[in-house]
Design a protein around this ligand. Sequence first.
Ligand code: GLP
Length: 242
Amino acid sequence: MEVVILEGAEQVGRVGADAVAQHVARDPRAVLGLATGSSPLHVYRELGARVARDELSLAGCRAFLLDEYVGLPADHPETYRNVIHRDLVEHVDLDPAAVRGPDGCAADLPGECASYEQAIADAGGVDVQLLGIGATGHIAFNEPGSSLASRTRVKTLTRRTRLDNARFFGGDVDAVPTHCLTQGVATILDARHLVLVALGAAKAEAVHQMVEGPVSALWPASALQLHPHVTVLLDDAAASRL
Ligand code: GLP
């Protein structure tokens, strides 16, 4: 695990974009793993700037999302599919049809999870996976207690995560879905390169547990210690407990 402590969010964005760009330089058809949340936003902004300057093209890439809420209608602004379109896809030259996330409105949710796993495998696996981390140490929506061997499945969101995400639902925790579909910890560990971004003091404990704690389902991000190629990009505040 390579831990890089950077001056601020913009520098984190640049180094994160460098990591993605390296994979795309090696293979213009690289498979990208995309995360929602505020942590990767600076990376997305930098990718957008590089595409606008013609320094980078994601036109040949495919992309998979980590997770999705269950039950939000397709036109709801907070589906992760819509969020990633707003935050990234509209600002780069990725083909929108080449960006896939699990369908949280599928009639058969376990079947959707299985076909999502299959789609990732059929694409040859994820080359570079961007990740944020929740204050509870969750990655994607793998909440504390998630099996480290888990694959894409339906999960119940913790009250803490629903409270954290209420800001996207007008501050109303009851408007936040109670369930989600999420890639499992083992699904995430299958990606060839993991790039985790954490910013701010609220993530310091989770970062400490991820990097220095024992590998434990109580802090799902600690499973990243088992992966051979992880880059952790932190600002000073997120690194303050290391
Ligand atoms: C959500 C997402 C995670 C994300 C986490 C942290 O729960 N499912 O993928 O990493 O929140 O979000 P943020 O980066 O906004 O702090």
